[in-house]
Design a protein around this ligand. Structure first.
Ligand code: NAD
Ligand code: 6OD
Length: 495
C-alpha cells in the first residue's frame, strides 16, 4: 500500500442498509483517523434514529421474507460464498484494516483477514452438521410421548463491535448469527468503520438477500450504538468491548428482556513455573504482552514468575522488548504498531505515569515512542515492563490495553493461583510449565473462560470462548454460539 497516496484521497464511509450504501439523513459525519500517521484519511456518516430504524426494519423484512425462506443448505452455501469473496478481495480488506488500525501488515495478513473469512466458513459448517436432542417419555396410559428439539433463529441481532480486531471480531458474531438464520445490524467502532463497510460489497457480490447484513456507523451513547441497543425491534444484542459499556448495554437489553452475549475486558495473567521451557515461555509472553500493541483483550498484563527463574526471565523479556521494531503498518519487519487513537495513547501514558507513582521500577520504556517520516504524527508508545508493583496497585488491577506488563515473582503454586484470581476480571490466563500434572491442576483452578498451557491465543473455533466474572456473559464458538443465536424449542408429541 502506498500510504502517501491514501492520505491524499479522503474516503467516505456510508451506512449499508437494505443492500445499498446510504448517507445519513442528518448529513452528520465524523472524521476517521489513521493511527499510524495521525492524519484524517476518511469521514464516516453518523447514524441516528432514522438510519437505525431503517436498518432494523430492513433486517426484519429479510427475516420474514427472502432470508427466512431459505433452506439451511442454501443459507450456508451463501455464507460460504461470503468467505470465498473475502478471500478473493483479501488485499482490499488488508489495506482497509491496516489503515484503520495501524497494525503491522504481517499481523493483519496472518490473523485479521484470514479469520474474517474463516468465521463464516466454520459456522456454515457447524450449522450444516448439528443435530437436536430427542427423548422418549413414559406416560401413565402406556402410549408414551416423544420430545424433540428444534433450534430457530432468534431474529434481528444487534452486533456492537470494538476497534482492536475490527473484521475478525465483527465476523465472529455475524458469521454465527447468519448461519443460525438471523439477520444483523452491525455498529462498528467509530474508530474503525472500514472493513464492516467493505463487507457490504462482498454481501452483494455473494448474492446475499438485501437486508440480511446492515451497517450503521456512529458512536455509543446518544448515537447509533445506544439507538440500536434500545430499539424494540432488536431481538438480541451481541457485544464486544469494555466491561463498563457492557453494563450499559445489559441495562438497555433489560427493556423488553432481550438476551445479551457479552465479551468484555480482562486483566489477564501469565504464570511461568521454573520448569517451563524458557525460550518458549519468553516468546509466548512477548506475543501475549505486545501483539497488536497490547490491544488484545486476551493479552497478558500481569506476569507471575517463579522466583528461581525471575532474574533471568526478566532480563530476557527486557532484551526482547527492546528489540521490537516500532513503526507503521507497511514498514519492513515492524512488530509494534501505534495505539488506536490519541485519546487511547493518553490513557496508556497515564498508566505509565501512575506506575511510577505507585513505586514501580521501570525496566524498559515508559513513554511515547520516537518515530520519524510518515509515522511522526502516529500514536506510538514504548513497550514497557515494570517490576516492584504490589498486587493491590491500580496498574495491577485495571485493564490498560497497551504494550505493557507488570512482572512479579512468586514462591508457590497455591500463592500464584490466589494472586492470579485476585481480580474482578476472568477472561484468560496462560500457564507455562513442563509438568503436565501441574498444568492441568492449575489450569482448572484459574477463574477464567480460557486458559492456555504453553501457548497463547491458539484458537480452535469450535471451542467455547468467553469470559468469567466481569469479563463477559455467555460463550461463543462452535455449537456454543447456538445458545445465543438460536431459540431452542422443545416439541412434545403425545403418542
Ligand atoms: P468500547 O466498549 O469503548 O466500545 C465498543 C463498541 O461499543 C463501540 O462500537 C462503541 O461505539 C460502542 N458503544 C459504546 N458505548 C455504547 C453504548 N452506551 N451503547 C451502545 N454501544 C456503545 O470498547 P473498545 O474501546 O472499542 O474496545 C476495547 C475494549 O474491548 C477493551 O476493554 C477490551 O478488553 C475489550 N475487548 C474484549 C474482547 C473479548 O473477547 N472479551 C475482545 C476485544 C476487545
Ligand atoms: O479469536 C477470537 O475468536 C476472539 N474473539 C478473539 C478476541 C480477541 C480480543 O482482542
Amino acid at each position: 500500500m502506498n500510504e502517501a497516496r491514501l492520505m491524499s484521497e479522503l474516503q467516505e464511509f456510508l451506512h449499508f442498509i437494505d443492500g445499498s450504501y446510504r448517507p445519513s439523513v442528518s448529513g452528520k459525519t465524523f472524521p476517521v483517523v489513521a493511527p499510524a500517521t495521525g492524519e484524517i484519511y476518511a469521514v464516516a456518516h453518523e447514524g441516528g434514529e432514522v438510519e437505525v430504524n431503517a436498518a432494523v426494519s430492513a433486517a426484519r423484512s429479510a427475516l420474514n421474507d427472502t432470508w427466512g425462506a431459505l433452506s439451511i443448505a442454501d443459507r450456508t452455501e451463501l455464507i460460504s460464498s461470503v468467505a470465498d469473496e473475502i478471500n478473493a478481495r483479501f488485499d482490499d480488506f488488508l489495506e482497509a484494516e491496516i489503515i484503520d488500525t495501524g497494525k503491522p501488515k504481517s499481523l493483519a495478513s496472518h490473523i485479521d483477514i484470514p479469520r474474517g473469512a474463516a468465521n463464516f466458513k466454520m459456522f456454515a459448517d457447524t450449522i450444516r452438521t448439528i443435530s437436536g436432542e430427542a427423548f422418549e417419555t413414559s406416560t401413565p396410559d402406556g402410549a408414551g410421548a416423544i420430545n424433540y428439539s428444534v433450534r430457530k433463529p432468534r431474529g434481528v441481532i444487534a452486533v456492537i463491535c470494538p476497534w482492536n480486531f475490527p473484521l475478525l471480531l465483527m465476523t465472529w458474531k455475524v458469521g454465527p448469527a447468519l448461519a443460525c438464520g438471523n439477520t444483523v445490524v452491525v455498529k462498528p467502532s467509530e474508530e474503525t468503520p472500514a472493513t464492516a463497510t467493505l463487507l457490504g460489497e462482498v454481501m452483494n457480490k455473494a448474492g446475499m438477500p438485501k437486508g440480511v447484513y446492515n451497517v450503521v456507523h456512529g458512536f455509543g451513547p446518544d448515537s447509533a450504538g445506544e439507538f440500536l441497543t434500545s430499539h424494540p425491534g432488536v431481538d438480541g444484542i451481541t457485544f464486544t468491548g469494555e466491561t463498563r459499556t457492557g453494563e450499559a448495554i445489559m441495562k438497555a437489553a433489560g427493556t423488553g428482556v432481550r438476551p445479551v452475549s457479552l465479551e468484555l475486558g480482562g486483566k489477564n495473567s501469565a504464570i511461568v513455573f521454573a520448569d517451563a521451557n524458557l525460550d518458549k515461555a519468553i516468546e509466548g509472553t512477548m506475543r501475549s504482552v505486545f501483539a497488536n500493541c497490547g490491544q488484545v483483550c486476551l493479552g497478558t498484563e500481569r506476569v507471575y514468575i517463579e522466583r528461581p527463574i525471575f532474574d533471568e526471565f526478566v532480563k530476557r523479556l527486557k532484551e526482547s522488548a527492546e528489540a521490537l521494531k516500532i513503526g507503521g503498518p507497511c514498514e519492513e519487519e515492524v512488530s509494534l504498531g501505534p495505539l488506536i487513537s490519541a485519546e487511547h495513547r493518553e490513557k496508556v501514558l497515564s498508566y505509565y505515569a501512575l506506575a511510577r507513582e505507585e513505586g514501580a521500577t521501570v525496566l524498559t520504556g515508559g513513554g511515547k515512542a520516537a518515530t520519524s517520516g510518515l509515522s511522526r504524527g502516529g500514536f506510538y508508545v514504548e513497550p514497557t515492563i515494570w517490576t516492584g508493583l504490589s498486587d493491590e496497585s491500580r496498574v495491577m488491577r485495571e485493564e490498560i490495553f497497551g504494550p505493557c506488563c507488570a512482572v512479579t515473582p512468586f514462591d508457590s503454586e497455591e500463592e500464584v493461583i490466589a494472586r492470579a484470581n485476585n481480580t474482578k476480571y476472568g477472561l484468560t490466563a496462560s500457564v507455562w510449565t513442563d509438568n503436565v500434572t501441574r498444568a492441568h491442576r492449575v489450569a482448572r483452578r484459574l477463574e477464567v473462560g480460557v486458559c492456555w498451557v504453553n501457548s497463547w491465543f491458539l484458537r480452535d473455533l469450535r471451542t467455547a470462548f468467553g469470559g468469567a466474572k466481569a469479563s463477559g456473559v455467555g460463550r461463543e464458538g462452535g455449537v456454543h454460539s447456538l445458545e445465543f443465536y438460536t431459540e431452542l424449542e422443545n416439541i412434545c408429541v403425545k403418542l
